[in-house]
Design a protein. Structure first.
Length: 276
């Protein structure tokens, strides 16, 4: 009884220590942020800009960005026009608020696209190495050798002036840096023991696993789902049926689909694509 109580106390202590460590990390990050005054000011300004962009339609009259009033042209800043007016009498502040929506959208889409494309290229280069790595790295070197502004101007000139062309130009300029960053990270783990163990167990180069922590599925229900999904004549599951059929068109029976579940612990859906 005493040993059980001691073991239980150790487990509770470990949980408390783990929670304290997580709390200390968060507190440390927060303290660093608070101590950096420039970071605090930047964060506050960014938050204000985002809020203004979101609630611009509620706070301001959208017609003010296009309505011209020659009598108010080139007015200095005032309580009525915070940033003054332009040559056509339009309120500069309101135009900046509505324009920030486009700027934020372009920035967010560019960031996500460059991270996804650069991360994928970097991971592929590091994992497969050799010729694949050399080709991808030489391409990134070629793009990095061109100044970002010049590269963006060339893309815009080729595609025309639009938000889409600007997003493409900025994405192309940002991809090489993200690619190299991810490649260096993947190189540090690609030869790790657990990766070698997975290869030794016969796992393919690409395996998609979707897992949840729900209440799980009964075994008889899993068999019913598998039979319906793997039946080419079944039309109730268009998405999964389409994915499985297309994988088998390219890879034959080597493409594997499986569902594993344990009642009370969750379900795992595995789609395995052969590496060769």
């Amino acid at each position: 009884m005493k040993s059980f109580a001691t073991e239980k106390k150790k487990q509770l202590d470990n949980i408390a220590v783990s929670g304290t460590r997580r709390h200390s990390r968060v507190a440390d990050i927060w303290l660093r942020l608070v101590r950096d005054k420039s970071a605090v000011v930047s964060l506050v300004l960014l938050g204000i800009i985002i809020l203004l962009a979101i609630f611009a339609d509620v706070l301001f009259d959208k017609s003010a960005i296009t309505t011209q009033n020659i009598d108010l042209r080139n007015c200095p800043p005032s309580w009525e026009h915070w940033f003054g007016t332009d040559l056509y009498g339009r309120d500069i502040f309101i135009r900046m608020v509505f324009g920030s929506r486009v700027s934020l959208l372009i920035g967010i889409v560019t960031m996500v696209a460059s991270m996804v494309i650069g991360g994928l290229l970097g991971a592929v280069a590091a994992y497969f190495g050799k010729t694949t790595d050399s080709i991808i790295m030489r391409l990134t070197d070629m793009f990095m050798a061109i100044p970002e502004t010049l590269l963006a101007l060339c893309v815009v000139a080729a595609m025309g002036a639009s938000a889409v062309s600007l997003i493409v130009a900025m994405t192309v300029a940002c991809v090489p840096g993200n690619c190299r960053l991810v490649r260096s990270t993947v190189l540090s783990i690609v030869d790790a023991e657990y990766v070698e163990a997975a290869r030794a167990c016969g796992m393919s180069d690409l395996q998609i696993i979707v897992k949840d922590n729900g209440k799980g599925i009964q075994e008889n229900k899993i068999q019913e789902i598998k039979s319906r999904l793997l039946d080419s004549g079944e039309k109730d599951h268009i998405g999964m049926n389409n994915a499985i059929e297309r994988l088998r068109m390219y890879y034959g029976e080597e493409a594997r689909f499986d569902i594993k579940s344990q009642v009370g612990e969750g379900t795992v859906v595995i789609i395995e694509i052969p590496g060769k």
